[in-house]
Ligand binder design. Structure first.
Ligand code: PLP
Length: 219
């Protein structure tokens, strides 16, 4: 392969955008998951025109994007990893979308942080569609109460996010998340990763979160 890394990212991104456009109209938004990526990979992504990024940890999001934000005011940052309540303010200050609200205590902390900072990131609730004990996310049965709790705190919930169990077909999980979103009138659906973004698009994803298929394997 003689591709420069830059051409590599850009080509992979073009191919994914083409697949997404073939799978759904309108296609989902491509969130580039940049966790653990080195600076040169972030710069390649920016050079290719990517502006929407997902990070697992608020701290890494800040080190990756805090200063770059000044060069690229149109950056949009999504927090897609578990958030501790004591990091809620940091996340609210930095992120445009927080995809991982999953418990009442975190809703309380986010509400306090939003009041304090005056910033209003969009909020998604993470649903543990596979009801896996080790996985973050509210159970499908617990979703109505969490939505009610969050709304009671003055939070606007914009949508749902899920990570299907490894080794199971993802389709039924995407279908369940889409059904829950419809039932609660929530417009945003974040689902689909490197292995299944096109499938997620066909199930109605509005956002797909893609790391490896864009950047290559994480080191
Ligand atoms: C790492 C991660 C992704 C991206 O995974 P890939 O398989 O590399 O595309 C998507 N969503 C979440 C929540 C992640 O932690």
């Amino acid at each position: 392969m003689t591709d420069t890394p830059e051409a590599g990212f850009s080509k992979r991104r073009d191919a994914i955008l083409t697949e997404l456009a073939a799978a759904a109209n309108p296609p989902p938004v491509l969130v580039a998951v940049s966790k653990t990526q080195p600076d040169d990979a972030l710069e390649e992504a920016l050079a290719a025109g990517q502006r929407i990024f997902g990070e697992n940890r608020a701290q890494e999001a800040l080190s990756h994007w805090g200063a770059r934000r000044e060069r690229f005011p149109d950056l949009e940052l999504h927090l897609i990893g578990a958030l501790q309540s004591n990091k809620a303010e940091e996340a609210v200050r930095l992120c445009d979308v927080i995809q991982t609200l999953d418990r009442p205590k975190l809703a309380d902390a986010l509400a306090a942080a939003i009041t304090k900072t005056g910033r209003t990131p969009r909020l998604l609730i993470q649903v543990n569609t596979g009801e896996e004990p080790q996985k973050a996310g509210v159970s499908p049965d617990g979703l109505p109460d969490l939505i009610a709790h969050a709304r009671g705190k003055g939070l606007e919930i914009s949508g749902l996010m899920c990570i299907p169990p490894v080794g199971e077909p993802a389709g039924p999980h995407f279908a369940l998340l889409a059904k829950l979103a419809r039932a609660h009138n929530l417009p945003i659906l974040s689902m689909g990763m490197s292995a299944d973004y096109a499938l997620a698009a066909r199930f109605g994803a509005t956002h797909v979160r893609v790391g490896t298929a864009l950047f290559g394997e994480r080191t």
